[in-house]
Design a protein around this ligand. Structure first.
Ligand SMILES: Nc1ncnc2c1ncn2[C@@H]1O[C@H](COP(=O)(O)OP(=O)(O)OP(=O)(O)O)[C@@H](O)[C@H]1O
Ligand SMILES: [Mg+2]
Length: 461
């Protein structure tokens, strides 16, 4: 096989040299040029397998390079290098046919991995076009968004279990997408034409959960005024999603275990047993092994449920997915609220990248939704962020001191600054307002006035 040819396009000499050395050591044949124009000239002379291009360059941008390369050499793969601030463009580039992107400062191994995959894709050849499309799709699966290695592992699991009848346990912190994964397994799999039913074991009163699951006969208990089919029966042939399974009461656990083992259920107040064919997917944000140790969860049921376990990583462990998720939610809420084309200010991007995301993707979704709703222009600025994000940054630069090209919203900025300081003073004072006022060097009355003004306290009548 001839040497794998890579063309590097970057106007930064040191990065060009670094990439050339690194890739040459990896056994690639490398050419490096400082501009898009020279890249096209170099390609006309001798094609490359993969072009690695910076996105932000004088003259032809990385996007221009991408389009030109794809027009003349559709089989050449293009990998973008981007600064965090321009990842939206990188996401757009993926849609325009870029193979992948890396965010500066990037990890050398990450780039090598991407190149390896790009070559694999090329070498799979013409006949595998469809497979290639599927590979490229891997920055999403069903409604799931994310191209991190961790999410790649999740997609892989979904792929492998979706057409099988095995029970799946999905674990992960709140807001990591457990329900979305359950839906993907069902709706991408062989059971998709059959029903998907779900029950939140933590939200249903203990005395009703069994009748919800197994159904009941009229008159079986007070309040059973009519026959009810139950979720197991109504999910026949399909999937039953047991959400928050760690909250399931012990006596119900026994019955669910029986239903799994015997593949039969009996309605409450009913006499005969009925066969059921239902795939179970359970989810929990608890550590079930701890629940077992504490005697709250049956280990036999645990092993029946976790034939395959899919563990969803917390968002802060896969921050490389942040730009894609942000773009996804900007598009979704932009459309929903009739505000297409929304973007984030530089400050906001930095704040979001530095935030630990205890509420995971759900929290991110809420932040973007709120931002799209509150922004006064098509750019979401720091004033539209909830106070906890500003407070967590502890970064005074979160509040710009210079006016950017888009101008600034003084009132919104001052209000969010005030909100941040008031919130942290109240936290420090454990909610005692007198103490919070003392910490801020203002009077109690002034504190109340400020709290009311920004809606953190009900106005006094
Ligand atoms: N990878 C993802 N791509 C796109 N949206 C996501 C992703 N993960 C989560 N979300 C969105 O975040 C929100 C929370 O996801 P979901 O309800 O699936 O989380 P969960 O793990 O079930 O949380 P909880 O334990 O609190 O029930 C949903 O609106 C979901 O659409
Ligand atoms: Mg959930």
């Amino acid at each position: 096989m001839s040497k794998r040819k890579v063309l590097v396009v970057d106007d930064d000499l040191s990065l060009r040299q670094f990439l050339t050395n690194m890739l040459r050591r990896g056994g690639y044949s490398i050419r490096a040029v400082p501009s898009g124009e020279e890249a096209l000239a170099a390609l006309a002379e001798e094609p490359a397998d993969v072009v690695v291009t910076d996105l932000n360059m004088e003259g032809m941008t990385g996007m221009d390079v991408l389009r030109a390369v794809k027009a003349d050499h559709p089989d050449t793969e293009v990998v973008m290098i981007t600064a965090y601030a321009t990842t939206e463009n990188a996401v757009a580039a993926m849609k325009d046919g870029a193979f992948d992107y890396v965010v500066k400062p990037f990890n050398v191994d990450e780039l090598k991995l991407i190149l390896t995959k790009a070559f694999e894709k090329r070498e799979m050849g013409e006949e595998n076009r469809e497979l290639r499309a599927a590979l490229q799709d891997r920055f999403g699966y069903s409604n799931l968004v994310g191209k991190s290695q961790a999410m790649g592992g999740v997609y892989d699991y979904i792929d492998r279990v979706k057409d099988t009848p095995v029970n799946v346990l999905i674990t992960g912190q709140s807001g990591t997408g457990k329900e979305l994964v359950a839906c993907a397994i069902h709706f991408e799999g062989v059971r998709k034409a059959k029903p998907f039913r779900s029950i939140n074991c933590g939200a249903i009163p203990e005395n009703l959960i069994e009748s919800e699951l197994f159904g009941h006969r009229k008159g079986a208990f007070t309040g059973a005024v009519a026959n009810s089919e139950g979720l197991f029966a109504s999910a026949e042939g399909g999937t039953l999603f047991l959400d928050e399974v760690g909250e399931m009461p012990p006596q119900t656990q026994v019955k669910v275990l029986r239903a799994i083992q015997e593949r039969k259920i009996r309605q409450i107040g009913g006499h005969e047993e009925v066969s059921v064919d239902v795939r179970l997917i359970a989810a929990t944000n608890r550590d079930l092994t701890e629940e077992i140790a504490a005697g709250r969860f049956r280990s036999d049921l645990y092993y029946r449920l976790k034939v395959v376990t899919i563990e969803l990583p917390p968002l802060h462990e896969r921050l490389s997915d942040l730009p894609l998720l942000i773009q996804h939610f900007l598009e979704r809420y932009g459309e929903e609220f009739g505000r297409p084309g929304m973007t984030l200010s530089e400050d906001v991007k930095r704040l979001l990248a530095g935030y630990p995301w205890p509420g995971n993707v759900r929290e991110l979704e809420n932040v973007i939704q709120r931002g799209v709703a509150l922004a006064r222009t098509s750019e979401i600025d720091a004033g539209c962020l909830p106070p906890e994000i500003l407070a967590a940054s502890g970064d005074p630069l979160a509040f710009p001191t210079a006016i950017g090209p888009g101008g600034a919203d003084l009132d919104a900025l001052m209000e969010s600054y005030e909100r941040q300081l008031l919130t942290s003073a109240l936290e420090e004072a454990e909610g005692v307002k007198k103490e919070a006022a003392r910490l801020l060097g203002i009077s109690f009355r002034s504190l109340r006035y400020r709290l009311q003004k920004i809606g953190m306290e009900e106005p006094t009548r």
